[in-house]
Design a protein around this ligand. Sequence first.
Ligand SMILES: Cc1cc2nc3c(=O)[nH]c(=O)nc-3n(C[C@H](O)[C@H](O)[C@H](O)COP(=O)(O)O)c2cc1C
Length: 168
Amino acid sequence: MHWTDQRPDDAMDGAFTAVGPEPVRTVEPAVFRGAAGKAGTTATAVCSVSDAPPTLLMCLSRRSQTNPIVVENGVFCVNTLGHDGAEIADIFAGRTGVAGGDRFVTGDWLTLSTGSPVLASAVIAFDCRIVEVRSVGSHNVFFGAVETVRAGPSGPALVYHDRAYKQV
Ligand SMILES: Cc1cc2nc3c(=O)[nH]c(=O)nc-3n(C[C@H](O)[C@H](O)[C@H](O)COP(=O)(O)O)c2cc1C
């Protein structure tokens, strides 16, 4: 079933399992890459929407090379970077000239239920299945049903403020 055919209730069947820092499940390589391949971008436009069912949103420029891949795959993972995540934030923001799947050379990646890339060092990761997409201005707003939450190493998270990375 394509995500556009799913009702939020369907998408949340058996959902929201909190897991520890060790990988709990692996998938076939083709699933890991996703139907359209693997892509990722740095984003601060991420927000909680609902806790019943657990849902978040993220806003992605439709000009981003990541956007059509997320649309096609119908899944994504929000990886909240830890205090030492500035390098990977710059890579996934395209600031180092690395594009597409090559961005995943940096960091240790695993998968949970959707097959989206999950960063092992992320403070917390939200593995999501897309239940709705709204095109607003220059961006797509993706609503993701949170299927699995993975808590990584504890410690401060990375934030972006006043054009600089900081820790909270
Ligand atoms: C700190 C930071 C936050 C960003 N937040 C967003 C965001 O929320 N949405 C977005 O579309 N792009 C955001 N960007 C820009 C993207 O990371 C990326 O550079 C741009 O979308 C091009 O994407 P692409 O390299 O995947 O083509 C952010 C960049 C930085 C450095």
